[in-house]
Design a protein around this ligand. Sequence first.
Ligand code: ZN
Length: 327
Amino acid sequence: MTVPPCRFSIAASDAPIELLPRDLSGWRQGNCGVDYVHRFDSGREGPELVIQALTHGNEICGANALLWLLENNIRPMCGAMTLIFANVDAYQTFDLQRPFASRCLDEDMNRIWLPDRLSCPDSHETRRAVELLPYIENADSVLDLHSTTFAVAPMLIYPQTSGNTAFADRLQFPFPHLLYDPGSYHQGILISEHQRHADKGVSLVAECGQHFAASTSQQALAVTLRFIAQHGMLDSCVEIPAWGYAADDTAGHYRIDRVLNAQTEQFRFAIPVKGFEQYCKGELIATDDQELIAAPFDNCALIMPARVPVAGEEVVTLAERLESTQV
Ligand SMILES: [Zn+2]
């Protein structure tokens, strides 16, 4: 198939850029035959963890968290831990004038984890995913580190399974939790593919804050170390840093309902949005050329709206904010 060019996008960042990519070349040669993959086996029985950074090349925080683990020689106390810098080639194209453009080279690397795409890889991202897939398939638990376009609260996103919800609760993550059923969310997400192979395992995305904010790096390290610790694999000598952000009134649980695509270039939100705006059923969210788009249910929250709507592409996720009694 022909892969559309990566569409993220021309404009400069409207947020200050406090994080810049670092030179990863010293970590290119991994220890298991795949570039930028490092696996540490404690030699003791225990879980097989994968922590992945740079699924999106401009999401710098995850690379910083993995660098911290590598530079501080953090090793699992039991089981094995694999650290993956996924799309380093995209990361290396970072341009201060177009900081969103290094998200990918050919296509979004978090929409391609599908058997029919990976059985005939035809893009930079699918070819890299084929190299990484054995580690994902072999993992009991996967943490995929991301960041967001807009400065909104950090969040955890995960398939709604009893294993994931119990683990996420044990993490005591004081920010939004977004639960999804694989049928109602983006297709081809890494953690959905992992969950298919490890239905008793833990599969989490951590969104750690705005892409280029220094606090986002601290948030990524804080969630990574808690993830390792919660599996009983972190040396108790390692000090776990505070969260990078303070919790705000968006904290709580949300059920992802659907992803909206823009039908035309005329898609416009009714008001400027950055995420977590909440609507009652019937309230106007956006217009798309002549079409009015109203909230389809009460307590309808907007999740990760696009900066620049593109016809035919995803523009926002709708999620129902749950009462504590619904969780
Ligand atoms: Zn991302």
